[in-house]
Write a protein of this length. Structure first.
Length: 345
């Protein structure tokens, strides 16, 4: 039997608590310690999980130097993430890091360092580990959909707390683009092959007048291989919408909850809603529109942890998948850097 992976968490926000609960229920992991800039915050985080035997720290160097720590999960603001990941990797720890990253170059530095140190390093995007998305990827790759013409997507999440990290450009410089726009871009790169370079782009951005934060953006991007991606994301839209449509020459695939599944996720638990996608083809609505239901034994963030366990233990298939996921992240970040450089003008 494999020894459990001892996990330390850096960060104490909502997503850190979500992942801490997941680590506590996964048999491959043991929650080992918590690090925060403030010891009282770390203690409160530990108390919220009803734990008493978990070590807490307020200094990163001391946290990383402790005995028995195998892996670090980093859930801090974007501008602090590279330095924390760098220190963790330098100390020989495997790292699971929340998205986004400050830039493609920042991410590449971390990838290079992880390869040099021989440790696992993965971005914590959940939905790419959902078997539904993997089934759709196989379907797209089969060619049944025809040549991919375009992607259309939207991810809105109403939020207006101007005192939050999301509205602080010092901590989250790209605002809603990196927080929400990550998902349409990540899905596009997960499902498309071909060029990542842009031949044209049309960008409309929306800013918060009080904080200067980017709170919404609509993009139409044309890649050099002719594929088009249109997406709209924002905190300033008063309802949640999280769809993506892959438009092919013969069929299209539509998912209305690709980021946070309604059926079973860290936000929703509605088992009466099928974990599914819809196929459109032909002209007859009775025979040419079909819903395909998919199995979902675990929420996507748990599936991500299953994958990371395999990666940590050097499973050959997981290592191959790691390389593909990294290429996708590099493509996303390069496009995001390009979009943001224009959105500042």
């Amino acid at each position: 039997m494999n020894r459990k992976i001892h996990v330390g968490i850096v960060g104490t926000g909502f997503i850190a608590q979500t992942m801490a609960k997941a680590f506590l229920t996964e048999p491959d992991y043991e929650l080992h310690s918590i690090c925060s800039r403030n010891l009282d915050t770390a203690a409160a985080f530990r108390g919220s999980l009803n734990l008493t035997d978990i070590a807490i720290y307020d200094h990163l160097d001391t946290f990383l130097a402790q005995d028995g720590l195998d892996m670090v999960y980093v859930a801090t603001p974007t501008t602090t993430r590279e330095s924390i990941c760098t220190a963790a990797i330098e100390s020989g720890k495997a790292v699971l890091a929340e998205k986004p990253f400050r830039s493609a170059e920042s991410y590449l530095r971390l990838v290079s360092l992880a390869e040099k140190k021989g440790v696992s390093f993965l971005d914590a995007t959940h939905f790419v580990h959902d078997p539904r998305m993997q089934e759709i990827q196989q379907y797209v790759d089969s060619g049944d959909i025809g040549k991919i013409l375009s992607f259309r997507s939207m991810f809105s999440f109403p939020y207006d707390n101007e005192g939050s990290i999301q509205f602080n450009p010092t901590l989250e410089p790209k605002g809603a683009l990196s927080d929400l726009g990550w998902y349409p871009l990540r899905a596009c790169f997960f499902l498309k092959s071909g060029e990542a370079d842009l031949s044209s782009k049309l960008i409309s951005k929306r800013w918060n007048n009080n904080t200067g934060a980017l709170i919404g953006i609509n993009c139409t991007l044309e890649f050099s291989d002719g594929v088009i991606l249109n997406f709209d994301v924002g905190y300033d839209i008063g309802y949640v919408k999280q769809y993506i449509e892959i438009i092919g020459g013969r069929e299209s695939v539509y998912i209305d909850d690709f980021v946070i599944p309604h059926n079973n996720s860290f936000v929703y638990n509605k088992p009466h809603i099928p974990h599914a996608y819809t196929l459109f083809k032909g002209v007859d609505p009775e025979t040419d529109i079909n819903t395909v239901e998919c199995s979902q034994s675990h929420p996507p963030h748990h599936k991500m942890l299953h994958f990371f366990s395999k990666l940590y233990r050097n499973d050959p298939e997981a290592k191959q998948m790691e390389a593909r996921l990294r290429d996708q992240v590099i493509g996303v970040l390069r496009v995001m850097d390009d979009i943001f450089s224009q959105s500042e003008t």
